[in-house]
Design a protein. Structure first.
Lengths: 104, 666
């Protein structure tokens, strides 16, 4: 008896998405398109560059990075961050733009 | 009741089978409701496994010996705590615990990520389901905990060595770790199946890996203390295959936790990271296989074992299936940046990874060699502690040194001038420590002296990192020194929590070196009589009396020794045996006297108690051994700091994954 109840509960749980929405207007699983995927990667590049800049600044302040190393590292990092921000700015990264600037 | 347990396990099997098939079809054909249905099945599998576990637990607590499992692992006299721990004292119960934790983790992973990473979780569900399916199959078809019989009057009892408070926590902690490694594995495979090229799977599993890794680490320390207190051979780690089984996935996960930072910060090592996740998970399966298949006793008991061949088959499917998938997705995993310099933080992480993986594979070879040699030649060749200790020194000492070097080196590249500035203090402290220790006679063990010198270097570099960071934070934000310190840690929990974990590893190293390289032993060749004394280190022990008393389920016999050091009476220490009635077994019960100021232990084993009252003893003095257990507390503290949620980081990740999607939404 308990086993039958358990089985019935399992069936209801599994069928729940179909019981809630017997007829779905749209049953497609959302996922990033190739373009969205590219944008996610760019967002990661942006965060990586900004994080690296922040860390470099702090390491320079603590004395771990010498002035000489700081000067040689900060330029490329700033360019990297600026490039990522330019392609994927807070409101600037339209799909068309990303596509246009896609390497290769 | 057993029918309910069996029904619940069959329901779990059905649900996870559905999660695998429906989940894969849903992810492949991108059907939303079917994917949600598969996710519900996985959540439901946890509920049905809880029911099965509840049935077994109730049977244990009620001493229902009509359950074969209960009769084989408990008795009426067994204290309640150990009756509960019998849940994981045998094969069927252990497998049920595996499944319970796995379905619990899977349910949490699904509920946390079903909205955040919908397409990724769609592929994760069939992978998690496939692992759960294997364990559910074993429990339903091969090793059921719900087999019944005509109830005997009493049970066989629990193995006396398992009747120890640390055994209440040690196996569940290890299982939390072993099973926890399934989640990063499932997300990594899910990301590859979904052809995701971003690092969403790493973000989603960062905490899972840390939790699993922490649980494995704590579980091993609890096991080490259990061995120290209960097994009674005078040590805490014997390079036993079962111990190695837990150490190997922990080392692989340690390598992953470091290398994943390189992927997050530099976008490198993407293939390597996926390989490490597969290695850690496969080793966690291999660890369970080693302890449960009977292969450690002999190759013959393996072939006779009910679950051994199934386990081996599943491990092969996991390893070859994962490698095939990684190979198929290699073009997606290409790194976008390269290593700029061999003198950089990422390079030190890389060296650390190579050493950790080399140590893991060396231990693996030591574990499988006796099995392979028996399979090929029919004769098992034992790999002794000498082999492991050699490689522990060869790879462990450079690893220890790297723990001190890594934090001092900047990301990307570091000039000699920078290195000179940052290394001066820690190197000075290390040299001074080494010189002082040499003058004090620590040169009797060269590896010991090197270990202590490196430990001083690492501790100095960690202290320097905290001091410089606090000073810089105070210069930036003002306020008090404690406030600046707290802000420093709070703003970068992973980095500073990691340093605390490093400090724990140094404490562990100091404890291991002290207790193994500088210990003292006394082992008289003949049994000692009442009134006789023996000296070991600074201590003098006098055998005073033999006492016997009846405990709840055993007769306890103890030899009592008066302890004296430098003319001062320190009290008594008792060591002896427990004779368990139901189990008809005798256990060794050692005497331990800890000095919490020096961290030293006086450790007494009464190996043989003769009818005339004379006792054959072994006595050890183990300097600094208590630092090993203190390291456990510091390790947990560091892990908690690292795990503590960081609102700033959450916002940053929300912007990253929210924004990127928002731009292209209609």
């Amino acid at each position: 008896m308990l086993g039958a109840l358990l089985a019935a509960a399992c069936v209801v749980l599994v069928a729940l998405p179909y019981l809630r929405e017997p007829v779905a207007e749209r049953d497609a699983l959302d996922g990033p398109s190739e373009l969205e995927q590219r944008q996610l990667e760019l967002a990661e590049v942006r965060d990586r560059a900004l994080g690296a800049l922040k860390e470099l600044e702090f390491d320079h302040r603590t004395g771990k990075v010498s002035d000489e190393d700081y000067r040689s590292l900060v330029g490329p990092l700033r360019r990297e961050a600026a490039d990522a921000l330019r392609v994927l700015g807070p409101r600037a990264g339209s799909p068309a733009r990303v596509k246009a600037e896609r390497p290769g | 009741m057993p029918e309910l347990g069996r029904a619940a396990l069959v329901a779990t099997f059905g649900l996870v089978l559905y999660a695998v098939v429906a989940g894969a079809v849903a992810a492949w054909t991108r059907r939303r409701r079917l994917a949600a249905s598969a996710q519900n099945a996985l959540v439901g599998a946890f509920a049905t496994t809880v029911v099965a576990a509840g049935v077994l637990l109730a049977a244990l607590v009620r001493n229902d010996f009509s359950f074969v499992y209960v009769a084989e692992h408990t008795s009426r006299e067994l204290p309640t705590g150990y009756t509960i721990s019998a849940f994981w004292g045998g094969q069927e119960g252990s497998l049920l615990l595996w499944l319970l934790i796995l379905t619990g983790y899977a349910a949490i992973a699904v509920l946390l990520n079903r909205r955040r990473a919908r397409d990724l979780i769609a592929w994760v569900v069939p992978v998690l389901g496939a692992v759960a399916l294997f364990f559910a199959f074993l429990l339903v078809a091969v090793a059921s905990p719900f087999a019944i019989q005509t109830a005997p009057l009493d049970g066989a009892g629990l193995n006396p060595s398992l009747q120890n408070p640390y055994m209440l926590a040690h196996p569940p902690m290890l299982y939390l770790g072993y099973v926890g490694l399934t989640v990063p594995f499932a997300f990594a495979m899910g990301a590859l199946l979904a052809r995701r090229t971003d690092e969403r799977w790493i973000v989603a599993t960062r905490r899972w890996t840390l939790v699993a890794w922490t649980a494995l680490g704590v579980g091993q320390l609890l096991g080490a203390y259990w061995a120290y207190e209960e097994v009674g051979w005078g040590g805490y780690y014997a390079w036993d295959p079962v111990e190695n089984a837990a150490l190997m996935p922990w080392l692989a996960a340690t390598a992953f936790l470091h290398s994943v930072m390189i992927q997050e910060k530099r976008g490198m090592l993407r293939v390597w990271n996926v390989l490490l996740v597969v290695l850690a998970f496969s080793l966690s399966l291999f660890g369970t296989f080693l302890t449960r298949s009977g292969i450690l006793s002999s190759i013959h008991s393996f072939t006779e074992s009910s679950i051994g061949p199934w386990f081996l088959g599943f491990i092969c499917i996991v390893v070859f299936g994962s490698l095939a998938l990684i190979f198929a997705r290699l073009p997606l995993l290409r790194a976008k940046t390269t290593l700029e310099s061999l003198v950089s933080r990422e390079a030190t992480f890389l060296y650390n990874n190579l050493l950790l993986v080399a140590l893991t594979l060396t231990i693996l070879w030591g574990v499988v060699y006796p099995i392979l040699s028996e399979a090929v030649t029919g004769e098992s060749r034992i790999v002794g502690p000498g082999y492991y200790n050699f490689f522990l020194r060869a790879f462990g000492l450079p690893l220890l040194l790297l723990m001190g070097i890594g934090p001092l080196v900047a990301w990307r590249r570091a000039s000699l001038r920078s290195l000179g500035l940052t290394f001066a203090w820690p190197a000075g402290v290390a040299l001074l420590t080494g010189t002082v220790l040499l003058a004090l006679g620590a040169g009797s063990s060269i590896p010991g002296l090197i270990g202590y010198t490196f430990s001083a270097f690492v501790l100095a570099s960690i202290a320097l990192e905290f001091a410089r960071g606090t000073r810089a934070r105070r210069a930036l934000s003002g306020g008090s020194w404690p406030g600046a310190f707290a802000a420093l840690v709070a703003r970068n929990r992973r980095r500073y929590g990691g340093y605390v974990v490093h400090a724990a590893i140094v404490l562990l190293a100091i404890g291991v070196v002290g207790s193994s390289a500088y210990d003292s032993v006394a082992e008289p060749t003949t049994p000692i009589e009442r009134g006789q004394s023996l000296a070991v280190g600074d201590y003098r022990l006098t055998y005073r009396a033999l006492e016997e008393r009846e405990a709840a389920n055993a007769t306890e016999i103890r030899a009592i020794f008066d302890v004296e050091r430098g003319g001062e009476q320190l009290g008594t220490i008792a060591a002896g045996k427990n004779a368990y009635t139901a189990e008809r077994q005798v256990s060794n019960e050692v005497g331990i006297r800890s000095d919490l100021v020096t961290g030293e232990d006086l450790f007494v084993i009464a190996g043989q108690i003769n009818p005339d009252g004379s006792v054959r003893v072994r006595v050890f003095v183990k300097p600094l051994v208590n630092l090993i257990w203190l390291a456990g507390l510091v390790f947990v503290l560091g892990a908690l700091i690292t795990l503590w949620p960081d609102a700033r980081e959450q916002r940053r990740l929300a912007v990253r994954y929210g924004d990127a999607r928002a731009h292209v939404r209609p």
